[in-house]
Design a protein around this ligand. Structure first.
Ligand SMILES: *Cc1c(COP(=O)(O)O)cnc(C)c1O
Length: 373
């Protein structure tokens, strides 16, 4: 049988960039794939499936309730719609048909107004919300967040992500304190985060995760939260949620992936260091290159290889090198957030030791030469 790669003439990829949407995010475990297949092959009463898998997930996470959605972005849009529409039948069907007479401002720290591949503001607007920034690009204290709340505020939105400004921005717990004090709900977008319980535990009303990132499920999303708010999110399947429908296979696949995620031992940062050490040693034999272990900027237990290219010695910019590696016969993708500083990061989680060696060989071929001294 010809492979899918051959059939459609697709390029092979080594994903050293982490859980990236542009590369297909992750590759779920066999038990998840089997569950997806089972889901595709059977009928269910979908409300029953949504409710019971939600309860099952909530029990695993010690939360009041949960619901599987099509992706974290959809979870964000539907959560925003949920806190605006609530129980209102007319609003559910007319969210975009008339100027909203109910509170619909969504207050978020200015340093959280990021682009994660699409803008946070787009999802808020899709859910009928109006984004209101609190604080400044470089600081947002609990007081500054509170100062942005008015009678028009429908919720506070907190984006927990490496994409956000970390410096001088309040914690989720502090945001929950502000929300409680002002009687507004707190929505936390924790799409790529690894802890499925801590943000709910510190007081968030709705917490959103991407199904295919840390959890390594199928394309899907998870919203965990308080009963009332999850009920309101579920209602959106008869509103804007219909444009972002999740299938039975996604619901079942993510539920299985969450169970695996919570019960299976996680690869630790220390294990990642062990895996990347021969790779780092090899890289450090090359002229113009220095490689070392760096730890995740958002504080997760993830170690990565940072490669520094001495552009003067190599005679090419880091951006050119990164591009050349993407353009090779096998496309190699790094984390290139700091390419302008001559740095790239290699995320080894989805890369086998053989692939790490392939990366080394490709870099070596690009530079053509080992250190002489
Ligand atoms: C990835 C990401 C999203 C979007 O997740 P999808 O499941 O791809 O929709 C939203 N917010 C943040 C912070 C992310 O990192």
């Amino acid at each position: 049988m010809t492979s899918i790669y051959e059939k459609y003439r697709l390029k092979q990829v080594i994903n050293a960039s982490g859980r990236m949407t542009i590369l297909g995010v992750s590759t779920p475990a066999e038990s998840v794939v089997d569950t997806v297949k089972y889901g595709l092959n059977h009928y269910f009463e979908i409300k029953d499936l949504v409710d019971k898998t939600g309860t099952y997930i909530a029990d695993l996470l010690n939360a009041e309730d949960a619901v599987v959605v099509s992706c974290a972005s959809a979870g964000l849009a539907q959560s925003v719609a949920a806190v605006i529409v609530k129980d209102d039948d007319w609003l559910l069907e007319n969210l975009h048909a008339a100027p909203l007479a109910v509170p619909h401002d969504i207050v978020l720290p200015k340093g959280h107004n990021v682009n994660f591949g699409a803008p946070v503001g787009t999802m808020v607007t899709m859910g009928g919300g109006r984004l209101v920034e609190a604080g400044y690009a470089n600081e947002c204290s609990p007081q500054q967040l509170a100062a942005a709340i008015t009678p028009q505020t429908a919720a506070i939105l907190y984006i927990k992500s490496h994409h956000c400004v970390q410096k001088s921005h309040l914690s989720v717990e502090q945001a929950a304190g502000v929300a409680r004090k002002h009687g507004v709900p707190l929505i936390v977008d924790a799409a790529a985060e690894e802890d499925l319980q801590c943000y709910y535990r510190v007081g968030a009303d709705l917490v959103i995760y991407s199904g295919a990132k840390a959890i390594e499920g199928p394309t899907s999303g998870l919203v965990v939260g308080k009963q009332q708010y999850i009920d309101w999110v579920k209602r959106q399947s008869a509103g804007i949620g219909r444009a972002m429908k999740v299938g039975k296979e996604g619901i079942l696949g993510l539920t299985q992936a969450i169970e695996n995620y919570l019960t299976q031992e996680k690869v630790t940062g220390a294990q990642m260091v062990e895996k990347m050490t021969p790779f780092i040693d090899n890289l450090n034999t090359l002229n113009g290159i220095s490689a070392r272990v760096v730890w995740d900027a958002a504080g997760r237990d993830i170690a990565r290889t940072e490669i520094h290219f001495d552009e003067a010695m190599i005679g090419r910019t880091t951006a050119e090198l990164v591009q050349a590696l993407k353009n090779g016969e096998i496309a190699i993708y790094f984390r290139g957030y700091k390419a302008n500083e001559g740095l790239v990061e290699v995320d080894v989680r989805s890369v086998s030791p053989e692939q790490l060696n392939t990366i080394y060989i490709c870099i070596k071929a690009l530079l053509s030469g080992e250190k002489t001294a």
